[in-house]
Ligand binder design. Sequence first.
Ligand code: GLC
Length: 802
Amino acid sequence: MDSSQTLLQGKSRDDSSDYHKLSGILDYEIKDNEICLNFKHASLAIKFLTADIFRVVMAHSGQKINYKSTDAVIEHNLTYDDFIFTEKDSELIIKTDKLVLKLKKENFLLQVFNQQGELIHQDHSQYALGWKKQKVRAWKSFEQAQRFYGLGEKTGWLDKKGRLYEMWNHDTFLPHVSDTDPLYQSIPFLIAFNPQNSYGIYFDNSYKSFFDLGSEGQDYFSFWAEGGDLDYYFVNGPSLKEVVSKYSQITGTMPLPPKWSLGYHQSRYSYYPQAEVEQLLKTFRDKEIPCDAFHFDIHYMDQYKIYTWDEDRFPDPEAMFAEMEENGIKAVTIIDPGVKTDPEYKLYQQGMENDYFCKYLDGRVFIDKVWPGSCAFPDFTQSKVRDWWAGLQKDYTDLGVKGIWNDMNEPAAFNKTDTMDVEVMHQNDGDAGTHRRFHNLYGFLEDKATFEGLKESLNNERPFVLTRAGFAGIQRYSAVWTGDNRSFWDHIKLAMPMLMNMGLSGITFCGTDVGGFTGNSNGELLTRWTQMGAFVPFFRNHCEVRAISQEPWSFGEKYEKIIKKYIELRYKFITHIYNLFYQASQTGIPLMRPLIMEFPNDRECQNLSDQFMVGDSVLVAPVYQPDKDKRMLYLPEGKWIDYWTKEVYQGGKHLIVDAPLEKMPIFIKAGSILPLNDKLNYIGEKEIECLEMNIFLNEENNLGNYQLYDDDGLSYNYENGVYNITEFKYQYTDNQIIFNIDRKEQNYQQEFKDYKMIFNNLNKDPLNIYVDGNQLSEFSYSDNRLEFKVPVVINKITIELS
Ligand code: GLC
């Protein structure tokens, strides 16, 4: 079947055939880093940010090209004009240091080649770019072998191919099943993967948009929006890691979070009164179950009015927070954007007096029902409103609150459309538009205001913000949780590809409600969910108001013991996890990764949706079905070491491994180095004096390294250089291991005093060990495991082998 037949087949939700399309190029102009092309009813700018990131903006129907970006795009000064331009009879050719772009003159078509002349990407031959009234649309060719990742918080498998996805932030309380769409976040960033030439497309348009990844036609994919401009960025890889990293040059990386926020969080809708919170605190500490944060859901408020306290339930929040803080637990309070329309309520008065709320064009304030009843909604597109909101954070931080959980910020409203009327206006500092344009940015802008307010009021401490709604770039301000999941086994399974794709879409700090939000959890489900949660970036147990309790001890000792073990495991891995957060803050590469990111040439990994990597060395295979004591999993090529038994496995195949309730399969890639630390009840409980450096040796002639970042985990002092970077490297030859420690940056007074060196999978007897040339007398060696302690100040260890 040819492509035209495919395109015309049936009526899709947005029929391609009714669009106006770009005709032939009439003329063009080259200005600095861009090429501007004119067509009969349209114009197009191709603007280079780097040699392999370029932006395409279309104007149509007499409009001028609009270079204004959404708030997702960071201020950058990326510009590249070092290209060579050639005109041929039928095409214009632009050659950068990395790519060759060909623009067909007659029936406009953009093609992108790599330097070897391989075609990486091209517009679909029949349509390319087009518009239909306010709608703008792009059609791209694709090969069936290509895989699609990204798109943020979406249901389904890792590979998003074959379905139509909608970008429209939505409070989706109904069960999230395999094809539920949309959910709460809109991240219009798509990755087209193929092992040699992956690329990404970021569609910078905040209107309701769609990505059809082959559901309408077999040989093209397409994206469109109901308004705004066709404005997208092409981000070349060629590797998946490069695509993700380069995308972060456009929408930013997440800043380093406070380390405590990487610990375990306990939540429910809602813990109250104060005595219950105090009891909860006592139970965690009595049972020595690690915990770093409690979340306060809506019942802490007076009639659900934000920034108020129900004084009967919480007579003295300040004293309660002080006690929590003393015990190492941080308070995170929920905030919804709706402001109750109560004339005696300070916030409502302020909002009305200063014109802070969203209004219709005729001046009526938009009012709808949320938890407090009738509410008005702050217009976060205005900087004066964001400043007001930012200032409110101090009311809470003065009491001792350390984090804000922004919920219902799609915004949710209990009317038929579940959200704000799309005709409501947003003032946007003089560039006003309707809610159609700003809906997907509403939560994002609230989070921005919250983050900036917290940053200001927490005096040099890093804020923690958690959000439900968001748009591309949300990582700059907030962690994201995936909203109202259910206590279903299927929701452990669903969470994995969703979180992996969120990570690939810039959102490193993400997680699901462990145990499930709606419905009753049970011991086995909570145990399995906690096992996975321990390796997911954001680790919070949360459930809804009607659900039975699901704290770690709620289902009896058998489960409690295992749940505790896995929460402890999270803390054992915390140095490594924090280090991966640091890497994400530098490169945009997430810590929770699909295997395909580490093993791009392994076909088995292309749609592997039920196991994931934590960094580049730890493979986690959660159990997501009841009554299982085995799990099938896939180990890519190479040797792998079972974290629990230290047994060595040959990869490149599927395995069925034991996974009784107390065991979630975890494998470490042979050759890697992994720092692990002692048990902690909370971050900062005590100094980690001894850091375990676990070396998982591969066979001989093997090299390994690990770069460890370290700072105080709380302040912004790192911005002034107060941090350490230490590089650990080893070389394993047939008769020795040489291990080097290189302190590359050393400006922070490090807490570790010693390293406990553990060489796993060493199958030759160690004869002599020298530490900076001095012979070490104390070490132990058994079961292929060599252990000894050295002070952190040393530089070199030599182990002579038999
Ligand atoms: C929403 C949130 C949920 C919260 C509840 C009450 O459903 O998604 O996490 O507990 O509102 O505030």
